[in-house]
Design a binder for this molecule. Structure first.
Ligand code: SAM
Length: 379
């Protein structure tokens, strides 16, 4: 029996001003679902609190008042009830989701402008997924669409473009929106171009690190993830992007943030332009596309940022700073990204010196793999 259920068997209820009005009924675990259904029918089941184990054989079901019909072992008071976030779970409970179903409800989702991006369990039926979508729309009154996040493409052009895989769960089919972050406005369609909430810190950091008089080369610009915050503080940015859809947003976003005069955008492979650029700072916000596993079982990738290092170095003026991103198996941290940087500088010849300024974890990429960035000055 739990301490917090110390005050359990209650004899007097009506109108009492007990400091802990949170009643619950104790039932055997195997009977919990049928008891909940019966309590709902009686109209006394309290969805605002979670079911909680009472002892190894029983659970405490939250009620607003003692049931008249439903057979229970005892009625108790809960000292610190386990409140259910009135958000998604509460709304799905209102839609008749069972306690068992509610256990797998997504605990987090991304709000990108007016579009919600949520990962729903594979085993969900279309109806359950739609329920989640509609409940999230209710929960986020300002949202207009809910997309199921089904990951990022890994093969072909879609893999190179890092195109998202999504499915509309609820709301408008028009998923184009404007997302504002630290004052930077990103116009995008999350169904067509990626927007990684996990890179938020890195986007802000680029805006803080850059100096207004710098010339930056953003090799994998996308819709302007890094280009915009850096141009907003005054830097001149040469941005390359090969995905026509992302490139269109890059141009529009430069105007949207009033930095079009400081952004030279090229719909081009960054390798075709690198030799013509003299940048004080080069950003390599790309870690290729997954294409399998090696003998050690590590995920392998195509066209990793590593393949672009020689081009990045060609664009970097002496004393400039490089931000090298990688998706690295935990077991290869930090030697692999450092070795790749060192050998790229060696390969480039010209006796340039490499100074590691910082090594950072941006976010968890996948099981056992970290998205990391290394800041390096190259003399
Ligand atoms: N760094 C971004 C962020 O923080 O969210 C993510 C950028 S996204 C992963 C990589 C972008 O690089 C995609 O928009 C893709 O189309 C673009 N890209 C891939 N290969 C490229 C290349 N060789 N030259 C220019 N852009 C490229």
């Amino acid at each position: 029996m739990r301490e917090e259920d110390a005050e359990r068997t209650v004899t007097h209820i009506e109108g009492d001003d007990h400091p802990h009005p949170h009643l619950a009924v104790v039932v055997e675990k195997p009977r919990s679902e049928t008891a909940i259904a019966s309590l709902r029918t009686e109209g006394v089941y309290d969805d605002s609190r979670r079911v909680r184990e009472y002892d190894p054989k029983t659970v405490a079901l939250p009620v607003t008042e003692p049931p008249a019909e439903t057979r229970v072992l005892e009625v108790i008071r809960q000292i610190d009830p386990d409140r259910r976030s009135p958000g998604l779970e509460g709304r799905l409970a209102d839609r008749g989701w069972t306690e068992a179903d509610l256990e797998s409800v997504p605990g987090s989702w991304a709000v990108i402008g007016s579009v919600i991006l949520v990962t729903v369990p594979d085993e969900y039926s279309d109806e359950q997924a739609r329920d989640v979508g509609e409940a999230l729309l209710d929960h986020h009154g300002e949202a207009t669409s809910v997309l199921a996040d089904e990951g990022i493409a890994n093969d072909g052009a879609a893999g190179t473009y890092r195109e998202p895989r999504t499915r509309l769960l609820a709301g408008s089919t028009d998923t184009e929106t404007i997302h504002t972050e630290h004052g930077t406005r990103y116009g995008l369609d999350p169904a067509k171009v990626m927007f990684s909430p996990g890179n938020q810190g890195e986007r802000a950091r680029m805006g803080e690190l850059v100096r207004p008089d710098e010339h930056v080369f953003d090799m994998f610009a996308g819709i302007g993830y890094f280009t915009l915050p850096m141009a907003r503080v005054g830097a001149r940015v040469t941005a390359t992007e090969i995905n026509p859809t992302a490139f269109r947003y890059l141009l529009e976003n430069a105007m949207l943030n009033d930095v079009a005069d400081r952004v030279d955008a090229y719909r081009s492979d960054c390798r075709d332009l690198a030799a013509t650029v003299d940048a004080d700072r080069v950003v390599m916000g790309y870690y290729g596309a997954a294409d399998g596993t090696d003998d050690a079982g590590h995920g392998t990738r195509t066209a990793e940022a590593d393949d672009f290092l020689s081009h990045a170095l060609a664009a970097l003026v002496p004393g400039g700073v490089l931000h090298y991103h990688e998706a690295t198996p935990e077991s290869l941290l930090w030697e692999r990204p450092l070795e790749r940087l060192e050998s790229a500088v060696e390969r480039e010849g010209g006796g340039r010196d490499l100074e590691i300024l910082d090594k950072r974890r941006v976010k968890s990429h996948s099981a056992g793999v970290e998205h990391v960035v290394v800041d390096a000055r190259v003399e």
